[in-house]
Design a protein around this ligand. Sequence first.
Ligand code: AMP
Ligand code: ZN
Length: 113
Amino acid sequence: MENCLFCKIVKGDIPSTKVYEDEKVLAFRDIAPMAPTHILVIPKEHIGSVNEVNAENAAIVAHIFTVIPQIAAAEKLEGGYRVVSNCGPDAGQTVHHLHFHILGGKQLSAEMA
Ligand code: AMP
Ligand code: ZN
């Protein structure tokens, strides 16, 4: 996707602070952290949001969820963490490339909405 910020990060056209990378997945630190640890985990292939997950691409999402606990362990989030994916305008999605926020390193707010 030509104008997609996270596709540009995958290509290396925009710098990021990488914390994990494999053939299919990239994880990097959020530029405006909302918690002491705030990491974004994304598929390298462009998927617009949770709404675009389907039978063909669901394996990448399953893979991401095997990577997330590895990142949490590497970041020493022993106390726990939250995984969030904003989908669409009501959720405040600003980057239209599927991403999972990992938030941790403090007692997170009980407010979910
Ligand atoms: P969302 O609001 O769920 O779409 O999340 C998009 C996230 O991307 C926000 O938390 C932003 O702070 C983050 N973000 C935007 N641009 C960058 C960037 N260049 N590098 C790292 N994170 C970014
Ligand atoms: Zn993209």
